[in-house]
Design a protein around this ligand. Sequence first.
Ligand code: PEP
Length: 252
Amino acid sequence: MRCLLAGNWKMNGLRAALAEIRTLERGLAENGVAAEILVCPPATLISAVAKEAGDSPIVVGGQDCHAEASGAFTGDISAEMLKDAGASHVIVGHSERRQYHGETDAAVAAKVKAAQRAGLSAILCVGETETDRGAGRALAVVAAQLGGSIPETTRAHDLIVAYEPVWAIGTGRTPTVAQIAEVHASIRGVLVDRFGQEGKAIRILYGGSVKPANAAEILAVRDVGGALIGAASLKAADFLAIALAAPLQGRS
Ligand code: PEP
């Protein structure tokens, strides 16, 4: 399974940021990086990034989608629209969406379903708060989120899970490798219970303050199939350094 490195630009990036895509493309080619590289820019840049990426190894994703394919939902974007703009993936249930937009597990499940209906791979984010972890509830919270956010009809082959402890996002703090391994093993267990053999092949990304300095040790953890990267994906040099830290199966 190739390592997937997904950059989440969040609400950052004007057209000038396309220069970072060009720099990243050059760096990937020069260094023979074979990890899958996904960039999720703001929706306004999806088609421009897709065009810029051309047939390079960079693919493009959305950061959220509406559950419906079309309709009277001012300001929203459907999974079909993301696909039409050139996206192959979409992040759903990011903790910032859960926190600032009140997204429940049921709403997230509807978005996973929408993504797959449109032919996109859904990157489903789960993760505990610091309070949950302090109370010893991290595994239970993550299992409950998975239970509530994976719809009945889900196909395993276009589902990706991202474990993102809320307290590690944008804070510079990360769990220990033992804590990451424990949660990823627990997620794997839930996926195998749910999907059988196919559950073993679902990629589980780690996200939360991944940077060049800690990428190698995080990406080497068992059951970590890649990373979801926020701040460090905004600069091509940092994103490339993380790609170069990916385990050997991620390099050509
Ligand atoms: C994220 O937003 O998904 C994320 C992991 O952010 P950061 O890498 O900046 O912590």
